[in-house]
Design a protein around this ligand. Structure first.
Ligand SMILES: [Zn+2]
Length: 403
């Protein structure tokens, strides 16, 4: 069994004096100009290997942008990673960075100090900032089982934030004694094969209300309305994320305590084949759906719970009792009713799908969990980017996100 590594990011607000703020802003400007230059070179020369790129850009970066040795390396890394991502996703233009984009920091360019202070390397020497920590962030940062790595210095609405990366080796997964099938949908956000459902009505009500609000604002299309839309999008993303955290936590806890593996539907490359209703299709390809999946996967990994993915075809219209599969088995969104005259099994539609998912997982002999998890991790990072740059809203309802 492969031991995997979990990564998490702790976001801390940074309190700075006026001089420190100016120093960091100037550093961010130069850093991102240098990163844009490095990216252009990497793009033109078709190099994404950091070592190869280093030999081409290191000298010019230091001379033309006045960066210290360490910051020059960080700018190169940021550029190389962005170019690699752009290439993988088939983008046709080279990535560039805004002057107020984030600054990559490593062990040489920042240091956490006592009393929640942080020392940051800038163009005009080191500056000391004060981390503004809540109880949650403090607990994360002071938890020595997580190793502190690099950080990103991020500016948003004139405030600096430090996003500290931490890593920890995952425990070996426990040997499962059974499977919990999980169906992710819209009537209930999630349902498992025991018939337990996870926060349906409340989320749905909030979503409906926000949806109406959004339509009204989109129609108005004034400056203020657009501002309001962005603000609402962020708020909605936070709400959704909170719900997804709660649900994934509950599911993983249940699997952990009952010594079972979690079974989810396979997601990649299935869109063309899957037969689901339009409304449900929208939900399946929304970022929220992917986010919940990625939360379940990473929490499971950290708790030593195995995740199994199964073929999603017809999970909602197959009868788990007699095996009869027919569209009419699912008369509406909420109900399942087996049309086989000898059977006639009835159940809640999502519970029924979850039962099928659990059955398929049990039938599947190979767990094949590792590659699936890497993919989930990539998805999680993508979702994180959408949420943090506010574009999450615009991906909702589109058939599928890019890449
Ligand atoms: Zn049946």
């Amino acid at each position: 069994m492969i031991r995997t590594l979990s990564t998490r990011t702790v976001c801390c607000k940074l309190a700075l004096g006026p001089e420190e703020t100016i120093a960091l802003q100037a550093t961010a400007r130069q850093f991102n100009a240098a990163a844009t230059y490095c990216a252009a070179v990497a793009w033109r020369e078709r190099v994404t290997n950091k070592n190869k790129l280093h030999h081409i850009v290191y000298g010019p970066t230091r001379v033309n942008y006045g960066l210290g040795a360490q910051l020059a390396c960080c700018a190169r890394d940021k550029a190389a990673e962005a170019v690699r991502t752009a290439r993988t996703n088939g983008y046709e233009t080279c990535p560039t960075f805004r002057p107020d984009s984030s600054v990559r920091l490593d062990v040489h360019t920042y240091r956490l100090m006592s009393l929640d202070r942080v020392s940051l390397y800038t163009l005009s020497g080191r500056v000391i900032g004060q981390l503004v920590l809540g109880a949650f962030q403090r607990r994360c940062l002071y938890d020595t089982s997580w190793k502190i790595g690099g950080a990103d210095l991020v500016q948003r609405d004139g405030t600096f934030y430090l996003h500290v990366t931490q890593t920890k080796a995952d425990p070996a997964p426990q040997e499962p004694t059974g499977f919990i099938g999980v169906d992710i949908g819209i009537v209930n956000v999630a349902a498992d094969n025991d018939g337990e459902t996870y926060s349906g009505a409340k989320v749905q009500a909030v979503r409906e209300r926000r949806h109406k609000q959004r339509q009204a604002l989109q129609q108005a299309n004034t400056r203020r309305a657009r501002w309001r839309l962005r603000k609402n999008a962020r708020r909605e993303a936070r709400f959704q994320r909170d719900v997804n955290h709660q649900i994934s936590k509950a599911l993983v806890h249940k699997a952990r305590t009952s010594r079972k593996a979690l079974a989810l539907e396979e997601l990649s490359g299935i869109r063309a084949r899957v037969t689901v209703r339009r409304e449900q299709r929208r939900a399946r390809h929304s970022w929220a759906f992917r986010q919940l999946r990625s939360f379940i996967t990473y929490k499971a990994r950290q708790a030593g719970v195995l995740v199994v993915v199964v073929d999603p075809r017809n999970t909602s219209r197959t009868c788990p009792v007699c095996g009869h599969c027919e569209k009419a088995n699912r008369p509406d969104q909420a109900h399942f009713h087996c049309q086989n005259p000898l059977c006639g099994h009835t159940a809640a539609a999502d519970t029924n799908a979850a039962v099928n998912i659990a059955l398929r997982a049990a039938r599947q002999t190979a767990y094949c969990a590792a590659p699936a998890m890497q993919e989930e991790q990539a998805q999680a990072q993508q979702v994180q980017r959408w949420v943090s740059d506010g574009s999450a809203l615009f991906f909702r309802g589109l058939p599928s996100p890019p890449g």
